[in-house]
Design a protein around this ligand. Structure first.
Ligand code: PMP
Length: 987
């Protein structure tokens, strides 16, 4: 039977015969094979091929790959189709000269059906391609399989030079020439370089019709183009399809790479080939279509993407190879231009530039002219700039580098687009018409022109220079007078200090007050005289590498970098590659917070959020007294604890005055983790034992030592489990814990005794919070802490109260949490609120324990207890006292708990309201054994849309964790209660 003559009746008969399957049959488009969609009880794809030895071998390999990707140890998180075997348990069936396969249908819209794709989508696509590649790399292949996957095949990019054999079939001569030049010249080196990269099986066809938005993740289908090749080839295939369809391929391909890199790190060597390989794939597509339509002009599948391919090939010019390479490097977190480092270092340390203007920028009187979007009245006209210079008796005005400007309003800068060019890449030097301009460094004239389009450069010249290592770089001088053109000649040598032009007036510099736009360029990126002088706002980090701050040459000591604010989206993209990916972000759409005041935070659009989360900003965000105290001390002196300073002892005295006797020795450190880390050392020194006990779900910080006593971490995701010298006491949660209700406290204490016994009755330290925050704001039951301390002490252990979250008056009734329980610890650790955001933390202990620790080894902490930290800590302490914030915590905390209890009457999802002062937990449940986890997540997202920022915690993440700045008012609480009620009613 011939596959191409198969009608639906025959398909139906084959399915019935071999799989006993009925269903509606739809014929699908395919390049080479016949594919049918079958809709019966389930949905399937039925694939029919002409039988041949090679086809059979290929399909067996393809089937092996699909099974490998489904294996539980391998399972890529991309969905791939499952093979459906027939009644004889075959997944490849031969029948009448045909080969048949049945696979399940991955349901969901195809990638190509969407017009645009979010950054998340593209990163996901990159991730699943990388995961698939990683899985495919682990298949061990026989020599036969390798040669099968390396057979002559049009879609194998390694064989791209063979395209030249039939490129004459491309009818459009311009496109044909482009394809031939690309394969034979432009991309030839990259194609050769493929030979030296390691090879593996790759899917090789991540086009928009082979990616499915499945229910839980993206799916990859159609493994018919599998080849044995370097993995960058597969990345190039996916990039090529994005380049053909996207309006913003630069950003979309960068996102794809970020995703890929996060799973399987890419190298700069691979990225150096990518732009060429992308273009080779597009050229292959064009050549293949020409070949196939010469054979069969009716194959409609081939026409689908052909209109786009030639256009994309023309758009992706050879000139831009470097720019794209830099862009790819930037996407994965490397500096864009790998030579920039050397050029900057030369200019910074070894070059001896002369003055660019006729005056010395070192001694000249300067005025900085702000042209940023934030400047309320920017001097835009010649007379306004003259006025500013005059008023300030300035010799020169300075306009900053990387200033975000709204002045670029002409057609060449589409101001509304996300990629609008608004970030200034030069430094502007304003003087008057005719002011002379000199070359600061020796070089040759590379290019010049009169860019006489409104708001362009007017007369502009670019000089080429070299570092002492022989790297070229460029300087650009824009907005000059027309008469400067007479000085220029391409290739002419220019000495350092030589006159190269004069500042032009508005008529010749095309619409600007007289100034020099001076720019440093590490690579012209094939853009020549049209090299960007203003960067796209979504690629600022890339352009900072290509065009670094020209103050490296000007050497203005006061600085010229505006560091204008980039968008939250750009920051998020950068974080993904250059910060560790286990730093998480809050909320489904991360917030870009730019300002804080009191109990409120403000995003970049000025939207206010009531902050119910931030116990660090204890006395309110940016409290003026705290800011002032820090500023004053920073202006005066900052040293360390090896000098006498009144601030440190006075502040230590302040803390001691709040603690019970005999807690009278203070250590200053920089974080809660460091405080607990030190507490472990103190306890070990005193008890002479390594062992420690902590509460289940408790957290005490992120250092190696404190992770060991943080069950929240070592028993959680990625945790290494409990170390043998650590005991875990059950969390005394009498509401939904292991033991509940009356008598539970006794059972928890009994269990603690068992843990002590399991450590042979020899405990070094016991760590607990009085309200266990990460466990979901669990208030320790009455009597627990005092009895636990007794038990620990009887076994020779030291008792540590972790007050990092709850200390400094937050619990309202008392200054410290342990005071709620009439228990006195041997060590108190403090952190978060102490510095109101400044990294300040402390440990308080007894003179005995301090003496045990003083064994001859010096304790020195570079930053801990420095005069600035002490001044800030003292100011926070004073504000708590002067503004009566502990009192406020008690009053407002009660008001909040009462309000939530009122809501709970009508809304049984509110299971428990607990806490003290402004450290409150609201637990949402369906019943005592069913936490309302997703509801809490939904509430948090909803509240955010209403301007209230919430957080949650607890083993099931079903407890609202309320711990706002202590300056919160009743009115603020009313807002929270209204939003909470609105959600309860609507949900
Ligand atoms: N202890 C507790 C109870 C904490 O909640 C935290 C931080 N969340 C720490 C210690 C560690 O503090 P830091 O993050 O300042 O190191």
């Amino acid at each position: 039977m011939a596959a191409n003559s198969l009608d639906t009746d025959s398909v139906s008969a084959l399915l019935k015969k071999h799989w006993n399957l009925d269903g509606a049959i739809t014929t699908l488009n395919g390049e080479r094979d016949l594919n049918f969609k079958i809709d019966g009880e389930g949905s399937y794809i039925f694939k029919v091929y002409q039988d041949s030895v090679e086809k059979r071998a290929l399909l067996n390999l393809e089937n092996r790959v699909l099974e490998h990707l489904k294996a539980p140890m391998i399972a890529a998180s991309a969905m791939v189709p499952s093979l459906i075997s027939n009644e004889e348990n075959e997944t490849l069936v031969s029948a009448d000269g045909l080969l048949l396969r049945l696979l399940d249908w991955i349901d969901g819209p195809m990638w190509g059906e969407g017009d645009s794709h979010s950054a998340k989508d593209l990163q996901n696509l990159g991730r699943i391609i990388a995961q698939t590649d990683k899985s495919l790399a682990s298949i061990s292949l026989s020599a036969d399989e390798v040669s099968l996957a390396s057979r002559p095949f049009i879609w194998n990019m390694i064989q791209a030079p063979s395209l030249l054999g039939w490129s004459e079939k491309i009818e459009d001569s311009k496109i044909r020439q482009q394809v031939e030049k690309l394969i034979s010249t432009d991309a030839a080196t990259s194609l050769q370089a493929l030979a030296s990269l390691p090879r593996q099986l790759i899917h090789n066809d991540a086009n928009e019709w082979n990616i499915v938005h499945g229910k839980d993740s993206l799916g990859i289908i159609d493994f018919g183009d599998l080849i044995h090749a370097p993995r960058i080839v597969g990345v190039a295939v996916a990039s090529a399809y994005i380049a053909m369809r996207s309006d913003n391929p630069a950003i979309e391909i960068s996102d794809l790479l970020r995703g890929y890199h996060s799973v399987s790190p890419l190298t700069s060597e691979e990225l150096a080939l990518l732009y060429d390989l992308m273009r080779v794939r597009i050229a292959t597509s064009i050549a293949n279509a020409a070949l196939q339509s010469s054979i069969d002009p009716t194959n409609s599948y081939l026409n689908i993407s052909q209109g786009l391919a030639p256009k994309a090939l023309l758009r992706l010019s050879n000139n831009e190879r470097n720019l794209w390479f830099y862009r790819f490097r930037n996407a994965i977190g490397l500096e864009g231009n790998p030579h920039s480092k050397e050029i900057r270092s030369y200019l910074l340390n070894r070059a001896q530039p002369k003055d660019v203007l006729g005056i010395s920028l070192k001694s000249a009187k300067k005025v900085w002219i702000d042209w940023s979007v934030d400047a309320p009245e920017l001097p835009r006209t010649t007379s306004e700039v003259e006025q500013v210079l005059k008023e300030n008796s300035a010799d020169v005005g300075i306009g900053r580098y990387c200033e975000n400007r709204a002045v670029y309003a002409s057609d060449s800068f589409d101001a509304t687009a996300p990629s609008a060019r608004t970030f200034h890449l030069g430094v502007d030097l304003w003087q008057s018409v005719g002011a002379p301009v000199h070359a600061p460094l020796a070089g040759v004239i590379e290019l010049f022109n009169d860019n006489a389009v409104y708001l362009d450069y007017g007369p502009v010249v670019i000089l080429r220079h070299e570092t002492d290592q022989g790297h070229s770089f460029f300087t650009l001088y824009g907005h000059l007078a027309k008469k400067s053109l007479t000085l220029w000649q391409v290739g002419k040598r220019v000495e350092a200090g030589e006159l190269i032009g004069w500042m032009g007036d508005e008529s010749e510099n095309v619409g600007w007050p007289p100034h020099l736009h001076f720019q440093l360029i590490t690579d012209l990126c094939g853009m020549g005289i049209d090299i960007y002088g203003v960067a796209p706002r979504d690629e600022v980090s890339l352009w900072r590498s290509i065009s670094p701050n020209p103050n490296l040459i000007l050497r203005i000591a006061e600085g010229t970098d505006a560091h204008s604010r980039i968008t939250g989206d750009s920051i998020e993209r950068d974080r993904g590659s250059i910060l560790s990916r286990n730093l998480s972000l809050n909320f489904s759409r991360p917030l870009h917070i730019v300002r804080g005041e009191g109990a409120y935070l403000y995003d970049e659009k000025g939207r206010a959020f009531l902050d119910m989360v931030n116990n660090v900003a204890h006395v309110g965000h940016c409290h003026p007294r705290v800011v002032e105290a820090g500023l004053r001390q920073m202006r005066t002196l900052n040293t360390n604890t090896r000098f006498l300073h009144q601030g440190i002892t006075e502040y230590a005295r302040s803390l001691i005055s709040t603690l019970p006797d005999p807690l009278s020795v203070i250590f200053f450190v920089n974080s809660g983790s460091e405080a607990n880390d030190l507490a472990i050392r103190l306890a070990r020194a005193h008890s002479k034992r390594k062992s420690a006990i902590a509460l289940r779900h408790g957290y005490h910080g992120h250092t190696e030592a404190v992770i060991e006593i943080s069950p929240y971490k070592f028993l959680g995701k990625g945790g290494l489990g409990k170390a043998s010298h650590i005991g875990v006491a059950e969390l005394p949660d009498t509401y939904r814990g292991l033991y509940r209700g009356e008598g539970a406290t006794y059972l928890y204490l009994k269990q603690l005794d068992e843990v002590i016994s399991s450590l042979n009755g020899e405990v070094g330290a016991f760590f607990a919070e009085s309200i266990v925050s990460t466990a979901g704001q669990i208030v320790l039951p009455d009597g627990y802490l005092a009895s636990a301390f007794n038990a620990i002490r009887s076994s020779g252990g030291v008792c540590v109260s972790d007050e990092v979250q709850i200390g400094l008056g937050r619990v309202g009734d008392h200054f410290w949490g342990f005071e709620l329980h009439s228990a006195i610890p041997d060590i108190v650790t403090m952190g978060k609120p102490l510095g109101n955001g400044h990294p300040l933390a402390a440990v308080a202990t007894t003179p005995e324990i301090a003496a045990s620790f003083n064994n001859g080894m010096e304790y020195f902490n570079t930053f801990g207890g420095n005069p600035v930290s002490a001044a800030i800590g003292q100011a926070v302490f004073d504000v708590v006292e002067d503004e009566g914030l502990q009192r406020n915590a008690l009053r407002i905390g009660r008001y909040l708990q009462d309000g939530v209890r009122r809501l709970a009457k009508d809304h049984p999802i509110i299971g428990d309201v607990r806490g003290h002062g402004l450290f409150i937990g609201v637990e949402l449940i369906h019943d005592l054994d069913t936490p309302a986890t997703s509801e809490v997540a939904d509430l948090m997202e909803f509240a955010l849309t209403r301007g209230v920022m919430l957080s949650c915690d607890g083993p099931a993440n079903n407890v609202l964790k309320i711990k706002p700045p202590m300056v919160i008012t009743e009115k603020d609480v009313d807002l929270f209660l209204d939003v909470f009620e609105e959600w309860l009613v609507k949900r």
